[in-house]
Design a protein around this ligand. Sequence first.
Ligand SMILES: Cc1ncc(COP(=O)(O)O)c(C=O)c1O
Length: 411
Amino acid sequence: MPRRCRAGQDQRFAALRLKDDTRVVHSGSHPGEQHGAVNPPVYHASTILSATVAEWQEQGRQRARDVVGTYYGRIGTPTTHALEEALTELEGGHRTLLYPSGLAACTGALSSFLRAGDHALIADCVYGPTRHFAEAFLSRFGVQTEYFDPLIGAGIAARMRPNTRVVYLESPGSHSFEVQDVPAIAAAAHAAGAVVLLDNTWATPLYFKAFQHGVDVSVQAATKYIVGHSDAMLGSVTASEAHWPALRDTYVQLGFSAAPDDVYLGLRGLRTLAIRLQRHWDTGVRLAQWIASQPEVERVLHPALPDDPGHALWRRDFRGASGLFGVRLKAAVPQRALHALIDSLRLFGLGASWGGFESLVIPTDLRKVRTAVPWTHAGPAFRVHAGLEAAEDLIADLERGFGQLRGAVAG
Ligand SMILES: Cc1ncc(COP(=O)(O)O)c(C=O)c1O
């Protein structure tokens, strides 16, 4: 039966103490406003017409007061607002904006809080293109960037300068998987007057509650787990109330806008996020444990494994783990043996991105990337994304891969 009220915004709904599994299903859903249809229509819109000059002027006043509405296609439609509303509710922030990609969300968020003469502290483990943006783009506008050891914790206080405006985190790092002590870093950053930004893509808003841990601005590459089906590019940024105006103004000034079909796919993906993540988590841990038991493996980088250095922080702060983790092979294993392993896999695809239904693997090498703390691991390494296939089939595929690896080592 169609709900007669605006489910997501209805006060009775908001007041209910619902679990996230329920919120992903119902947040941002307003069947009563769309002829009872469960899902919103996909509005393809640039021009939005007003019936009269008075209505046109009233819309202008509402926009100036920052009222959520449909004023012009670029600013969003009911399709956009449905996903924004749902993500805001799940993240626990004030409001959310959608971006045309995850990288646009990272760069849009950073641009919102930095100006010429500012200094930004960035965790050494952040996604490569975010790092490149800081070095190649922000530097052109007089912003200085410095990297810090992701394990620095409260020690970041000593790195703050009078002009440090932003501290940018990615926890765990999506290649090296260091879990950051977000509350300790946020406390030190706030004491020095800086804004704390977090790329929360690995955990999603379900498994890490950024705002409860001191983060001011939470970024999602929604392309990954929120879309979940490897068929759309999308990003989101959720801000606290204090940081919303700066985020919104820069968004409008830079002309960001997410494509309606991709937004719809994000909304559709979100409805099954909780159940998909549970499976990614479970299969990821099973694969990680199996891989860790292979004699050629030096270490598996997965915060949910009890012997991982980030495990205690992960248990303290996270509600779950997604399906992405890293593997370091022993230094004696030649690169060509890793290539033989990867090339022999039948179920794991070799490709960028992650968070979709399919399992993936890519070779990695952080030695040329890291600067704050040199990456000393000399052996081959790879990253695994555990998809939604049966874990037994994935393990059988990996068994074949390690057989090929052994053949290449012996040959
Ligand atoms: C941690 C992280 N943040 C941001 C991005 C960028 O997302 P997109 O590919 O949607 O631009 C990625 C992409 O792989 C990522 O892994």
